[in-house]
Design a protein around this ligand. Structure first.
Ligand code: NAI
Length: 814
């Protein structure tokens, strides 16, 4: 299998066609473009001209008329927020067209994706057209949410059927990891493996194999869970706010919890799913479960569909002062009232507990008479029993069910993982006492003396399958730091970071402080790690499994010292940060950083000393210190000046010599505006990366990829970085930067205080008051950084900015 996947990985699949340029078609086309595919995005050709087109003298045969649906979709795609494309330039990889004229494009495509409206007759017609044009061996998939895949391929050629399956993407395809692959009895093993390999290796998604049953895995379990939650909300007389407070992060699920999530996906969409399962299911019990709740029917009948119609379970209203306020539906009347924040010791206990298992237990173990505890127990019990009953029906493996819920609904733990964590045997006993019938396979599993569905053995995990434990096939190239730590691979640790053996004589430094902010605990781990790596290991990876890689330096202590006027203390903090980064930079072994998601301020400064940075596609990378009234002073400003000097050096020619200014302007703009990238690719555009840095497609493979890069650097005969001297733009360069700041101030684009910080930054990046082209040392630049930082710390407006950020998590522009 591995050999097959390796072969598939290197297949030159380059051309794709996506049919249907709606929400999903456009999103899938964007993800294909992100992965380097040339994509034809096709929709219907209109049957008649609009009045406006007639007035413009257009004809029905004009390409601008025939391709207009897909072209309009591309237009929307280029403006969508959050962005579907990693880089706005990738839009050039997508060509709009119409299906009727797209025969040649279909004939060239290696993979054709059908994403038209959810109607069997229309999908069948489109698939017939594809069959007519596709080249032999081309893969074909449908993005149906829940239609029968077998019904769809009726009447198609043998070669078509062999290469056809559902590939169900989740919305939005860039951000949601899950793809459910649903083969038919005709789909060849090779075609399924090829689809799986492309979705994982090329598109960076996570694949589960589902059976051809209504709504497949995630939407089936998810919709059932929503129905159960609606019923339990009513049963225990909770408000929608209370139900959301209990079914969001308190259970390791997204903040949108249940009702806010329903508003997002659309109440009518849930009704469609319910109808589909009920109508297509042959099971009476299932038909009962998927009965439409009266509340939902009434809201939909009244046009209250959720966000898209402006009101659902919640709505946003403006009060008489024009201020937005949120209102929530009241059960019974279905009138709106101001949304109430939910305060309760149970929710506090869940918040205080660490990890999903502990949070869930904290809720369940509270006074069992509490309606909150009973509500949560009712939902979990129903979800666990339903999921267990579906094994063998919607999917063969509990792993696929757990992964589908984690990747498609963003649950921290899948239903079986959470059931294990809360305690399988003891909850099963409680269910029996409450008169529930557990699925036969679960009873047999417990009777055989097993205590859990999963079993961890060193780094390997086993799961129950057909009455025995079988080894879980891990996702390729996923190194789990949590599993390594659990199996005793920690080499050293402080409160803020750990050094972990990740195999092949490579270690990973993992930050795990609050928000992964860099404070003295993280810095002291760095100081301890460097000699350890130099003596005993081939190299170091800097990566972690936190929500974000690092949100910056820990500002709490800094603010305290600044408010007390303890300048020596503030200087000590900066110097310790700077020298720790220098220790990393000069380490005698290769260092590769693999940031993900938010990587801000100090997080970027920790990456820049690395020999290589391997970015995940979802990396929001930026030296954003100006937002808190500061400039980067942990080596970040120095590294930015170095980047500009390096680029100027590379562009030097005999005629014009060394021209630092354009390169300095670019990094100055990025830092002064506190810009952060919207993806890994975008970080390159912001000028914060070096030639050797690269972006990978698979976020979850980042640690394995970084380790591979460390080993490669080691094998190539690694030489550590030496103290660098480099040219700066000096006072002339500073004058140009300050002029830009001044004109922004005059145009009203920035505040007086922004301009003040901008001038300080200009001074540092230009290398102070030396003559243009002067070569300076890294230490000289660090001293400039430190001086500017200290002076800004003393300013009231900077302290206000820091304090605002610590309180509200947002920058203050004062
Ligand atoms: P949509 O309504 O946004 O887009 C459908 C597109 O198909 C429209 O642009 C329409 O013009 C086009 N179309 C209709 N008939 C066509 C034909 N004969 N030839 C070419 N194009 C044609 O729908 P959406 O939401 O993008 O859904 C598409 C498919 O994806 C459906 O099967 C849906 O169930 C599924 N899906 C939707 C998800 C969602 O969140 N919206 C999530 C996952 C799957």
């Amino acid at each position: 299998m591995t050999e097959m996947i390796n072969r598939l990985r290197s297949l030159p699949l380059q051309r794709a066609a996506v049919i249907g340029s709606g929400v999903m078609g456009a999103g899938i086309a964007a993800q294909l473009a992100n992965a380097g595919f040339e994509v034809s995005l096709l929709d219907q050709a209109p049957n008649e001209l609009t009045d406006q087109e007639k007035q413009q003298g257009k004809k029905l045969q004009d390409a601008s008329v025939r391709n207009k649906l897909a072209a309009a979709s591309l237009e929307r795609l280029s403006k969508a927020k959050p962005a579907h494309l990693y880089d706005t330039d990738f839009i050039r990889r997508i060509t709009p067209g119409n299906l009727a004229d797209a025969g040649p494009a279909l004939a060239e495509a290696d993979w054709i994706i059908e994403a038209v409206v959810e109607r069997l007759d229309i999908k069948k017609e489109v698939l017939g057209w594809i069959d007519k044009w596709r080249k032999e061996g081309a893969l074909v998939s449908t993005n149906t949410s829940g239609l029968s895949v077998a019904d769809m391929q009726e009447g198609r050629s043998e070669d078509f059927k062999k290469h056809f399956a559902a590939a169900h993407f989740f919305n939005p395809p860039r951000y949601m990891k899950l793809v459910e692959l649903v083969p038919t009895s005709h789909t060849s093993k090779e075609a399924l493996a090829a689809l799986s390999a492309i979705c994982t290796e090329r598109l960076g998604k996570g694949v589960v194999i589902a059976k051809d049953t209504p709504n497949f895995i995630a939407n089936r379990i998810g919709a059932h869970g929503m129905l159960v939650t609606l019923a339990a909300t009513e049963q225990f007389k909770l408000t929608v706010e209370e139900a959301d407070a209990l079914t969001g992060p308190a259970l390791g699920r997204p903040k949108s919890a249940t009702y806010r999530m329903l508003d997002l996906i659309g109440l009518d969409t849930l009704l469609h799913v319910i109808d589909n399962v009920r109508e297509r299911s042959g099971d009476e019990e299932e038909r009962q479960l998927f009965t439409k709740p009266a509340v939902l029917e009434q809201l939909v009948a009244e046009g209250r569909l959720g966000e898209k119609s402006g009101a659902g379970f919640y709505r946003k209203q403006k009060d008489k002062n024009g201020k937005s306020k949120i209102e929530a539906v009241r059960w019974g009347t279905l009138n709106y009232e101001p949304s109430q924040s939910v305060q309760s010791p149970i929710i506090d206990a869940a918040k205080a507990a660490k990890g999903t298992a502990a949070k869930t237990k904290a809720i369940l173990k509270t006074d069992s008479a509490s309606p909150y505890a009973q509500f949560v127990w009712t939902i979990l019990k129903a979800t666990w029993l339903y999921s267990a009953k579906q094994v063998g029906i919607i999917a063969d493996s509990i792993v696929d069910i757990d992964r589908a819920m984690k990747w498609g609904f963003n649950w921290e733990l899948g239903p079986f993982e959470l059931w294990d964590a809360v305690g399988l045997r003891q909850t099963a006993e409680r269910m029996r006492q409450e008169g529930e019938q557990l699925p036969e396979w679960v009873e047999e599993w417990l009777a055989a003396g097993h205590e859990s569905f999963y079993k961890q053995d060193e780094e390997k995990r086993f799961y129950v399958h057909s009455g025995q434990y079988v080894k879980e096939v891990q996702e390729r190239d996923v190194i789990s730091l949590a599993a390594l730590k659990a199996s005793g691979k920690t080499v050293l640790a402080t409160a803020g970071a750990s050094l972990i053996d990740i195999g092949d004589d490579v270690v990973c430094l993992e930050f795990h402080s609050a928000n992964n902010a860099i404070g003295s605990d993280v810095l002291s781990a760095i100081r301890q790690a460097v000699p350890e790596v130099e003596q005993n290991w081939r190299g170091l990876v800097l990566a972690n499994e936190g929500r974000n890689f690092c949100v910056g330096a820990n500002l709490v202590l800094l603010l305290m010292e600044a408010q007390n006027g303890d300048w020596d203390e503030v200087e000590d903090i900066i110097r310790f940060f700077q020298s720790s980064m220098l220790r990393l930079k000069r380490m005698g072994r290769p260092l590769v950083a693999a940031p993900h998601r938010m990587t801000l301020g100090g997080g970027v400064e920790a990456c820049l000393p690395a020999d290589q940075i391997i970015l995940s596609p979802e990396t929001y990378f930026g030296l954003v210190e100006t937002g808190v009234g500061l400039i980067p002073a942990g080596g970040g400003s120095k590294e930015a000046a170095l980047l500009a000097a390096g680029r100027a050096e590379a562009a030097r020619d005999a005629l014009s010599g060394l021209n630092l200014q354009p390169h300095l302007n670019k990094v100055f703009e990025t830092l002064a505006m506190g810009k952060a990238s919207v993806s890994g690719h975008d970080a390159k555009k912001l000028g914060l990366l070096r030639e050797q840095d690269r972006v990978i497609m698979r976020q979850d493979a980042r640690i394995a990829e970084a380790k591979r890069a460390v080993l490669e650097l080691d094998r190539c005969g690694y030489t550590p970085a030496r103290e660098e001297r480099f040219a700066v733009a000096g006072r002339e360069g500073k004058a140009v930067l300050k002029l830009a700041v001044h004109s922004m101030l005059l145009s009203g684009a920035i505040s007086e205080y922004d301009a003040h910080i901008g001038s300080k930054l200009a001074h540092v990046l230009a290398g102070g008051n030396v003559r243009s082209g002067t070569e300076v040392s890294e230490q000289y630049m660090l001293d400039l950084e430190c001086e500017a930082f200290l002076s800004l710390c003393g300013e009231r407006k900077t302290q206000e900015r820091i304090s605002h950020m610590l309180t509200f998590g947002k920058p203050l522009r004062n």
